[in-house]
Design a binder for this molecule. Sequence first.
Ligand SMILES: [Zn+2]
Length: 135
Amino acid sequence: MDIQRIKSDLSEKRAELESRTERTHKHIYQKDEPVSANFNEQIKQTENDGLVMALEAEGIEEITQIDKALQRIDSGTYTQCQHCGGEIGESRLLAIPYTDSWIGCASYACHNAELGLKGPGQLMEPNFKLKEQLL
Ligand SMILES: [Zn+2]
């Protein structure tokens, strides 16, 4: 796996996201047009703001993940699952270069988040049988 290539791809993606979140941020907080006096127009504006805010939050979250991935590349732990220490696997890293866990831990992390479980003590055990099927 060409880690240097992944590193430069991630940096590129990060710059792209940064300029996008800058634009969405401006769109939300530095409005040129005044708030409409028309109630239906106001609702539409609020809906648009909500979408743009979600986009901004998503971009910021992605930047955070990319930063963490770049740190893991520098510290030599890029291919290690941050939850169990196992190998993440090349195909998964190529598909999602900023992932910090192999699919088994990732799917359980999602599952646990859905259940509102936090902290390692409460986490369910990942299904290691999945590993052979999915990697
Ligand atoms: Zn793991």
